[in-house]
Design a protein around this ligand. Structure first.
Ligand code: GTP
Ligand code: MG
Length: 190
C-alpha cells in the first residue's frame, strides 16, 4: 500500500497468483470487461503468441472513499510458467493481498501446490508469510469433468482456512465474488 499525496489516493496492490493456465488472465479480462469504464483504467495484457502471460497483466480500479482518500486497487497477474520466476518476483514486490487461482483439474494438483509453495517462499523474501497475509483461494475450472472435489482441494491447499470460491472464470462465475472477498479481507486488515 502507498499513499499518493498529490492525488489524495491510497493505492493497494492485489496480485492474482497461481500455476500456468489456471485462469488468472481470464479473471482480469472478465472483470475489466464487466466493470463500469468510468471506474477502471485500460487493461494492459502482455501475452505471447500462444496467449501466455509474459510479464504481467494490469489494470487500475477506483472505488469509493476511505477517510477522504480515494482507494485505488492495482490488479496484477503473474506469469505462471516456471521459467518466469524473476517476473513473478518483481510483480509481487509490495503486494497487499493475493488471489490464488488454483486449477481444479486433478492432473494439476501438484502444480497448484508447487505454485503455492513458490508464493510462500517469495513472500518470506519480503518479510511476509501466508499465515499473516490477506489472501483468498479460487478453485477455478469447476465446469470441467476430471477435477478434484472441493473437499480434496480444501485439504490440499487451504491449510490456513482462508475464504475460498468455486469459479468458472471463462463464464465469469464467482469472478466478482472472489475480488470482493479479497478486497474485504484487505480493508478489514487495515
Ligand atoms: N474450461 C475452463 N477453461 C478456463 C477457465 N478459466 C480459464 N480457462 C481457460 O484456460 C486457459 C488459460 O487461461 P489463462 O487465463 O490464460 O491462464 P493464466 O493463469 O493467465 O496462465 P499463464 O498466463 O500462463 O500463467 C485459457 O484457454 C482459458 O480460456 C474455466 O473456468 N473453465
Ligand atoms: Mg496469464
Amino acid at each position: 500500500m502507498h499513499i499518493d499525496w498529490f492525488r489524495q489516493e491510497i493505492v493497494f496492490k492485489i496480485v492474482y497468483y497461481g500455476p500456468g493456465l489456471g485462469g488468472k488472465t481470464t479473471n482480469l479480462e472478465y472483470l475489466h470487461a464487466h466493470l463500469d469504464p468510468a471506474l477502471r483504467s485500460r487493461l494492459v495484457v502482455l501475452k505471447s503468441p500462444e496467449e501466455r502471460t509474459l510479464y504481467f497483466d494490469f489494470f487500475e480500479l477506483a472505488l469509493g472513499a476511505i477517510k477522504g482518500k480515494k482507494p485505488r486497487f492495482h490488479l496484477y497477474t503473474i506469469p505462471g510458467q516456471l521459467y518466469y520466476a524473476s517476473s513473478r518476483k518483481i510483480v509481487l514486490r509490495g503486494v497487499d493481498a493475493i488471489v490464488f487461482v488454483a486449477d481444479s483439474q486433478s492432473a494439476r494438483r501438484q502444480d497448484n501446490l508447487d505454485s503455492l509453495m513458490d508464493l510462500e517462499l517469495k513472500l518470506i523474501e519480503q518479510g511476509k508469510t501466508l499465515a499473516q497475509f490477506p489472501w483468498v483461494l479460487q478453485y477455478n475450472k469447476r465446469d470441467l469433468t476430471e477435477i478434484d472435489s472441493v473437499d480434496e482441494m480444501e485439504q490440499s491447499l487451504n491449510f490456513l482456512r482462508v475464504p475460498h470460491y468455486e469459479a468458472v472464470a471463462v463464464q465469469g462465475l464467482a469472478v466478482f465474488e472472489t475480488l470482493r472477498g479479497v478486497i474485504q479481507l484487505l480493508l478489514n486488515k487495515m
